[in-house]
Design a binder for this molecule. Sequence first.
Ligand SMILES: *Cc1c(COP(=O)(O)O)cnc(C)c1O
Length: 384
Amino acid sequence: MTNIFPTYQQYPIDIIAGHDWYLTDNLGNDYLDFTSGIGVCNFGYSNETIIQNVEAQMHKIWHTSNLYESALVEEVAESLGKESDMLAFFCNSGTEANEAALKLARKATGKSTVLAFKHGFHGRTYGAMSVTGNPSVSEGFEPLLPKTVFAEYNNDAAIEMINQQLAAVILEVIQGEGGVINGQVAWLQQVQAACRENGVLLIIDEVQTGMGRTGSKFAYEHFDLDPDIVTVAKGIANGLPLGVMLGKRHLASAFGRNSHGTTFGGNKMSLAAAKGVLEQLTPDFLTIVNDKAEVVWQFLSDEIASLPAVESVSGKGLMIGIHLPATLKVQDIIKQLQEDNLLTLSAHQNTLRLLPPLVMPQAELLQGLNKIKKVLQTVAVTEA
Ligand SMILES: *Cc1c(COP(=O)(O)O)cnc(C)c1O
C-alpha cells in the first residue's frame, strides 16, 4: 500500500542517512554514491561549512518575505553573477528558474517564439515542459505553450532557424536527462552568434551542468559562451531547495516591480547553504575536481570505453554518460551495481549516468568505476 501518486518508479531502498560520499539505507547497507541525489549534493553529506551555515541560520531566522532587503540574498546574488555581471532572481527549483527565464525573455523582447532542442530537458511546469524536447514528458498534458519550435541538437539546420521572430533560444551545453550529450563548441558558438545577429536572447540551462559539475563554475565557460540568461538549481544549495535565474544587468527594466515573484524564493535556510557552496567553489577547488576528473576520464577511456557492453562514453568533468547497446537494459545494470553497493543513475537513450559528489576522493571514484567495469564485463560475457 502506498499513499503517494505513482509518478516515480522507485527502487526498494530507503536511504535514511549519509556521510561524506556514502549513503546508508534503513537495513544498514552502505552505498558509495555516484548520484549526488541527481547532481544536487555535490559537496557530499558531511560538509562542515554548509552544515554550520545552515545550523547557524536555523537559530536566527528561517524565512522572511521578499518585501524586505537581505544582506544574505545580496551576497549570494553577487557571488553567482559577479564574473558575468548578471542580476539574480531566486526561486525554488530548476523548472521555476526556467519559467522565470521564459517570462523575462518574452517581456524583454516583446516576442514569444522560443527555439528549443530535441532531447533537451528544462522541467515540468507548463512553460518548462513546453520547451522540453522529449514527448514522453508532455504526453497527455497538451495543449502546451504555443510558439515553441524544436531543432536537432548539434545540427546546422538549427542555426538557419534562428531569426528575428524568436524571443529566445534555450539549451543545455551538455544535455543531461537527454543522455549526457555534449554540445559541440563551434556549433554552440554559431548558435550564440546567430542569436546576437537577430536580437534573440540565449538562455543556457545550467541546472545540471552548473556549480562545478563539469569542472568549471558554469559549463558554458568551457565553450567560451556569453549567454544573456542562465538558470541554476540542483547543486546550488547542496540539497536544500533553491533555483536561480541569472540575467544580464540591462534586462532589469523588463523585470520591474511586480512582474514576477514567489513566496519561498530566496529562503534563508537555502541561501545559507548556497553561501556555503559558493564559498567553497573556488578556483583551487575546481582545479582539484579537474585533476580527479582527468584520472577518471583516463580510466573511462582505458578500461570502460572499449568493453563490448559499451557503445560510447560522453560528458565532462564529473558528469559522465556510459552509453549501452540496446541488448542491455540500463536499469538491470543499475540494479546489479546496487547489489554491489554502488548507486548510479540513468539518462535517456540507455545511458548509465554518473554524477558523483565533487568532493569524492580519487580512490573512491576509481573504486566505483572498477565496480562498473566488473559488472559491464560480466554482462558482456553473458550476452555474447
Ligand atoms: C533537473 C533539471 C531541470 C529541472 O529542475 P527541477 O529542480 O527538477 O525543477 C531543468 N533543467 C535541467 C537541465 C535539469 O537537469
